[in-house]
Ligand binder design. Structure first.
Ligand code: PLP
Length: 428
């Protein structure tokens, strides 16, 4: 069930010891489990049986091509928020008809690209965007399927920065606007409105706001149908939370399915979901090596890792909690010591956690940040000119580097000097 387990005291991903990956690829390194990704996807999709639902995996959670290809082979669609993500989804083998294009600020170039590519559904988030879509569709002579994203004005999500469904957030249009814009789109003859959409937040652990949002979409659907305007489908977004170990377990997909059934029992509508975190988070870990332990005589004990906020920004950005496990388990009776776990970056924000109780650790030991598969590597950067953290995909007893660590030569080679600054150039 869990594909990150200790065997004989050594933490594995499926059948591969994390230590072996650390030795061969170096640290820090993200490691993903194919079995967990597959399991999460099939459990999510299967939760709604006998209702058949489309699952458009939210690419932004973890957009590595091999992760996308793993999910695409299971039949996943892709919820994308940029031209780059659309290109990734297509390259990974997601059929273009299963690609949804979301986002509060799609550029005209991105819309034109998406229309020319023939993506399955454009989720329109505002009236100016609808104007642009209609115009571009006419110019290209295509009739794209589209949805109107509704902002149902419910509060949900684990942190203010990832709550998206309140009226004050930038996402989607109000209920009244949704009906008006949907009708406008239907009457335009230029686009084909097929769905209403919502996505109210991320790391949602209380299903009530989700159920409220779904009910709102049902009411709007009835309203539109009452006006003789067909609505074939609802896109209910993502948002389901995952256990980060310090919290009560969030509701499983089966509980989400029960909420969905309460709202849509007997209602004739196709459903799409856009889960991201719940598919990827617990399918990945970040493995890091201890550089040293800095123990202040007056008290605090700093565990200085070779991973930093540029590799995993969630603790700094969202106050996120990640379980941290020594890759080699300590003796069961080993005493626990409080550590401030930090990276090497010159910012106090580069602190993963404070006062975390861990068995005694020393330089060269390996630790794993658990539940780091979503919003981890995708948000990494090269801040401090630290090489972009590599990614590894495990499948049973095999593993592959699916994003290599760049060399310094590659990193510096991306930045041509302005011609007037060339050291060996001719003088002006
Ligand atoms: C981020 C996002 C998702 C995925 O959210 P999770 O919390 O990762 O499930 C789905 N749909 C849209 C429109 C998003 O922006």
């Amino acid at each position: 069930m869990n594909h990150f387990e200790a065997r004989a005291g050594e933490l594995h991903c499926e059948d591969v010891p994390l230590r072996r990956i650390a030795q061969q690829v170096g640290t820090p390194v993200y490691v993903y489990s194919t079995a967990t990704l597959s399991r999460h996807f099939t459990v999510f999709q299967g939760a709604f049986a006998p209702r058949a639902v489309e699952v458009a995996y939210a690419v932004k959670a973890n957009s590595n091509l091999s992760v996308l290809a793993t999910l695409a082979r299971l039949g996943a669609g892709a919820d994308t928020v940029s031209q780059g993500e659309i290109l990734r989804a297509l390259k990974a083998g997601v059929p273009v008809g299963k690609v949804v294009f979301s986002g509060a600020g799609k550029t005209r170039a991105e819309l034109a690209f998406a229309l020319a590519a023939g993506v399955g559904q454009i989720n329109v988030e505002s009236e100016p965007e609808l104007d642009a879509l209609i115009q571009i569709a006419r110019e290209l002579g295509v009739q794209p399927a589209m949805a109107i994203r509704v902002n149902p004005d419910v509060g949900a999500g684990g942190h203010a920065k990832i709550s998206t469904g309140k009226a004050e957030n930038k996402f989607g249009v109000s209920l009244g606007e949704a009906v008006r814009l949907y009708a406008r789109a239907a009457g335009s003859g230029a686009v084909r409105p097929v769905a209403l959409a919502c996505h109210v937040g991320s790391q949602i652990t209380d299903l009530q706001p989700l159920e409220d949002a779904y009910r709102t979409l049902r009411v709007l659907t009835e309203q539109l149908r009452g006006q003789g305007i067909p609505v074939a489908k609802l896109d209910l977004g993502g948002g389901l939370g995952v256990p980060y170990f310090n919290q009560p377990a969030p509701p499983p997909p089966s509980a989400l399915a029960e909420a969905v059934n309460r709202v849509f029992e007997g209602f004739d509508i196709a459903l799409t979901f856009e889960p991201g975190r719940v598919i990827a988070a617990n399918a990945g870990v970040l493995v890091s090596e201890v550089i040293h332990v800095h123990h202040r005589p007056e008290g605090r004990r700093f565990l200085v890792l070779d991973a930093a906020m540029n590799d995993l920004i969630r603790p700094a950005m969202y106050d996120a909690y990640h379980d941290i496990r020594p890759v080699t388990a300590a003796a069961p009776d080993a005493p626990l010591l409080p550590y401030d776990v930090v990276g090497p970056i010159c910012e106090t924000g580069d602190t993963f956690t404070r006062g975390r109780l861990l068995p005694e650790l020393k330089a060269r030991d390996l630790v794993a940040f658990m539940s780091a598969g979503a919003y981890g590597a995708v948000m990494s950067s090269e801040y401090n000119t630290r090489p972009l953290v590599p990614e590894v995909l495990v499948n049973g007893a095999q593993f592959a580097v699916v994003r290599p660590r760049p060399t310094y030569e590659e990193m510096l080679g991306r930045e041509p000097l302005a011609p007037w600054l060339e050291l060996d150039g001719a003088s002006p």
